[in-house]
Design a protein around this ligand. Sequence first.
Ligand code: PLP
Length: 393
Amino acid sequence: MAKLDFIKEELEQAREQGLFITIRSVDSPQGAWIIVDGKRVLNLCSNNYLGFANHETLRSAAQKGIDEFGVGPAAVRTIAGTMSVHKVLEEKLARFKGVEAAISFQSGFNANLAAIAALVGPDDLIFSDELNHASIIDGCRLSRAKTIRYEHCNPESLREKLEENKDHPGKKMMITDGVFSMDGDIAPLDRLVDVAEEYDAIIMVDDAHGEGVLGNSGRGIVDHFRLHGRVDLEIGTMSKAFGVVGGYVAGKKIIVDYLHQKSRPFLFSSAVTPPDVSACIAAVEILQESGEMVEKLWGNGNYFKEKMSALGFDLGLSETPITPVMIGDAKLASTFSARLFEEGVFAMSIGFPTVPRGKARIRVMNSASHSQQDLDFGVAKFAEIGKELGVVA
Ligand SMILES: *Cc1c(COP(=O)(O)O)cnc(C)c1O
């Protein structure tokens, strides 16, 4: 066998199982309708919850960022890459989230790697929801702490695991996603925090899909549950509701101070570019002033879900505008998605390993940028193809 034949075999296998990922290319700005592979389609799969990715205010902020600071930071944050815009963003984020301090990173993925690997090490224990995001899992691995998985969204299971390990001499840390992006369910953070506090565990929540969505004006899951001051650190991303790119850690000042010294993506990877950071600042300012787009997002999500439930679609565990349309078989899900695309609706199927085997789905991401007419169009196509493929009666 030639040395790279294993790749060919794996890719062939993925194709046979309907798990091969087709990468589509977008030829327009993000929005309700986009041009994908040359075709104009209704966009039901981006994380652009509030329509910020092509928002006029963010666009002009980015242009102004270039005029004032150029296009690149030319260094890591700890050498010459920290520009005043980075500091402004961090201050605005801290105020918005209602925390003592914030530190920004190149992405949410990086923020998870940065925070987890800095805070715990080989002698420590991490208690992690079994469905936590891949970047949390990688952060846990990188830290070399022992990772103990508790049952999904189950505070009693967390308590059991903490109790079993209560005499462990090292540090303990509890980590959960705030909103789980594949199912759209919300972590019972109030009860998880109660349990973690009893065992004096460091409390971390990844709010990537909660900010801009949950809480007052999109302040996130901590605000949603009124847990201010009780969560040690929140991971955030600027790439979803905020519509740009970047990540951050928000929380206790002592943690942020520590990450300035210790987190490797901060020390060894260049800062986010000035136009990006300038656009991020504008996004936070918009939400600081008004929750109007957040309300529109929820209105759209609820409208879409009502119509889809009435048609008989199984929408899984969703409690947020993220709407998984449960199909089951990965091949059927991918056929469904391909048919939707032919009919002008862009909604991707998601299968193993992103979700468990046999739980393939089409994940619909609702957004404030959709009109009711857009949603009606999407629902009608789901109904038509759902009947055609025998998913609904
Ligand atoms: C998307 C996501 C991330 C990664 O954020 P990026 O800024 O895109 O790197 C991290 N955690 C969760 C839960 C996410 O959904």
